[in-house]
Structure formats: C-alpha cells, structure tokens
Design a binder for this molecule. Structure first.
Ligand code: NAI
Length: 330
C-alpha cells in the first residue's frame, strides 16, 4: 500500500480549517487511493477547539486518514511534511493599519518559513492562504533558503472560480464552459481577472458577452469585492469556497494539466513584465513529470497590462513595508 502524504495545516481550528480538513481526509485532494496524515497546527488559544475538530475527524472513520498530529510546536507540526497549507493568520482589527498587519503576520511567516526549512521534507510544497497571502508567502519563502522558490505558492484559485461563475451566469451557460480565465497580480481587490483571454465554449468570452462596460465596470469589481460581499451576506468570511479552492489548487498542482490552465501565485521570473522576485498570480500548467510552468504566449491588452501593473505595484509596496519591519532584504 502507498505511504501516506503528510499535510500540515495551520489555523486548523479556524473556519477554513473546518471546511478543509474533512475534504483532505476523505480523499478529495489526493485521490481515493492515497492515504493521508494530518499535522494540525494552532496557536495555544486554538488548541481546545482543535481537539474537538480532531475528535470529529476520528468520528468520520475516514479509511484514508492514517494519523492526526495536534500541536502548537512548529518543529513538530512541520516534521517531514509533503505539503504545508498555511491558512492561519492574524485578521485585521479595527484601527489596524495595513503596515501593522503586514508586520504582525510577517513575523508569523518568518517563523513558519524557518520551521518548514528545518523540518519539512526537502520536496515540501507550501501553499499560503492566510492574508495578505502573496506577501506572507514571499516572507516564508525568504525564510526558507534551503527550499527552492518554485515550491512556494499563494492562492488565487478562489478568485478564478468566482470569476468563472460570474461569466457563466452572465452568458447563461454552465460554468464548465468557461476556460482560460487567469487572475493576475495580488490576491486583493486590485487583482485582474483577464476576461479578454477567457473562453466561453470555443468562443472568446468578449464575443459572447459583448457588453464591454459590464466586463470592465461590473465584472472586474464584483470579482474583486466578492469576499466583502460574502461577509456582508453571511456575517462571516468565505470558508467553504476558500477550502474548495485550496483543494482545487493542490489537486491541480499534483496533476498533469489537460486542457484548461489555472491561476496560482508563484515566484515571478519577469514573465509578462511582472517584477521578478515577487509572488504574483499567473496562469500555470503542470507537465507530465509534475513540474509547473507559467503558460506562454498570452496576449495582454493595454488595459490588462495597466491593471496587472497596478496590482503588482501594490505587491512591491507590501514587500517594502513588510521587509523593512522584518529586516529582510530583497
Ligand atoms: P479564522 O479566524 O476562522 O481562523 C484562523 C485560525 O488560525 C484560528 O483558529 C487561529 O487561532 C489560527 N491562527 C492564527 N495565527 C496562527 C498561527 N500563527 N499559527 C497557527 N494558527 C494560527 O480565519 P479563516 O476564515 O479560517 O481564514 C483564515 C485566513 O484565510 C484569513 O487570513 C483569511 O483572510 C484568509 N483567506 C484567504 C483567501 C484566499 O483566497 N487567499 C480566501 C478566504 C480567506
């Protein structure tokens, strides 16, 4: 039988954790024949609730789940893991400036990056969900010098999924008809969901949805503000859809791409004029031996280039604010 894949999840007792762990343990992330071991990481105040989550995992009697580790010790939590899903982070509170948030979370991701560097398998792949996820990911990457940069990812798949549904609903087609929809830039309201290159069936999305004003002035902001709209409607932030996007992200990073590409924040080597060294969202394909690369040959309109440049400028500003406080160098 196969050796288990060991997955660390931080913030495991939080909202996303509660929607995510059961899907990993049931086989939806790595497939129905692949055993998994879960290393659940929380801060001290979360440990009691985490125990309850672990009890519920036990009570599911998942045949694929071989072990549950519960810990607030990062060296234990990241020991020999194949995947580190960094979900936990400190939320922005009233009166907290953006720079404060970057500094507070930055410290957390320095610590987690170091612990991953020193304890995880050398082949570990790290997916950052906790916000500000791009900059947190960059900080973790910088703090883990022995782990190759191309093993670090931050999540924009929820934004891609949201964008696809908006286009499908506008066009009156099934969401599976929408493809090649890349979200570029920062996982923040400045992201750009590139409707110009998206397809609906075999047609260009812009030939199906010919209302250019709707695409620019409704679609783009609706996708960018969707997280806020969920909070207003539900009274709590997106959790099940975020967890679903984590499952999609990891599964698709493990699977050779057939057909559609997907959006993931990865280390830039300057592709499409993005600033090299940032963790920024781009379209990714995975080859037959499991290596990912940025999709080549996409033509960006001037409008798209402007939007993407603005989102990447925001990432440069975040990096400057965070690295200054943390004493990291570029
Ligand atoms: P939550 O507040 O319900 O749970 C967070 C959990 O993390 C808490 O249980 C807390 O105790 C724990 N935690 C805090 N600091 C930690 C640390 N240093 N180490 C380990 N655990 C720690 O939050 P929720 O709803 O689960 O969201 C988690 C994060 O995901 C937030 O930062 C949120 O903004 C982000 N998010 C990102 C999305 C994306 O598309 N990239 C989408 C939705 C949410």
């Amino acid at each position: 039988s196969k050796a288990p894949i060991r997955v660390a999840v931080t913030g495991a007792a939080g909202n996303i954790g509660y929607a995510l762990l059961f899907r990993i343990a049931s086989g939806q992330m790595f497939g129905p024949d692949q055993p998994v071991a879960l290393n659940l990481i929380e801060i001290e105040p979360g440990m009691a609730a985490l125990k309850g989550v672990a009890m519920e995992l036990d009570d599911c009697a998942f045949p694929l789940l071989t072990e549950i580790v519960q810990t607030s010790d990062l060296a234990v939590g990241f020991k020999d893991v194949d995947w580190a899903l960094l979900v936990g982070s400190v939320p922005r509170k009233q009166g907290m400036e953006r720079a404060d948030l970057l500094g507070i979370n930055g410290k957390v991701f320095v610590g987690q990056g170091k612990a991953i560097n020193d304890n995880a398998k050398p082949s570990v792949r790290v997916v950052v969900v906790g916000n500000p996820c791009n900059t947190n990911c960059l900080i973790a990457m910088k703090s883990a010098p022995d782990i190759p940069n191309n093993q670090f990812f931050a999540m924009t798949r929820l934004d891609e999924n949201r964008a696809k549904t908006q286009l499908a609903q506008k066009a009156g087609v099934s969401v599976k008809e929408v493809s090649e929809l890349c979200v570029w830039g920062n996982h923040s309201p400045t992201m750009f969901p590139d409707f110009y290159n998206a397809k609906i069936g075999r047609l260009k999305a812009t030939d199906v949805i010919t209302d250019a004003a709707w695409l620019k002035d409704t679609f783009v902001p609706v996708v960018g503000q969707r997280g806020k709209a969920i909070i207003e409607a539900r009274g709590a932030s997106s959790a099940a859809s975020a967890a679903n996007a984590v499952v999609d992200t990891v599964r698709d990073l493990c699977t050779p791409t057939r057909g559609d590409f997907h959006s993931v924040c990865v280390i830039s080597n300057g592709e499409y004029g993005t600033p090299a060294g940032l963790i920024t969202s781009m379209p990714i394909k995975v080859d037959a031996i499991g290596k990912w690369r940025v999709v080549e040959g996409i033509k960006l309109t001037d409008y798209a280039k402007e939007k993407i440049a603005a989102s990447n400028q925001e990432l440069l500003d975040e990096r400057e604010m965070a690295f200054g406080q943390l004493g990291l160098s570029i």
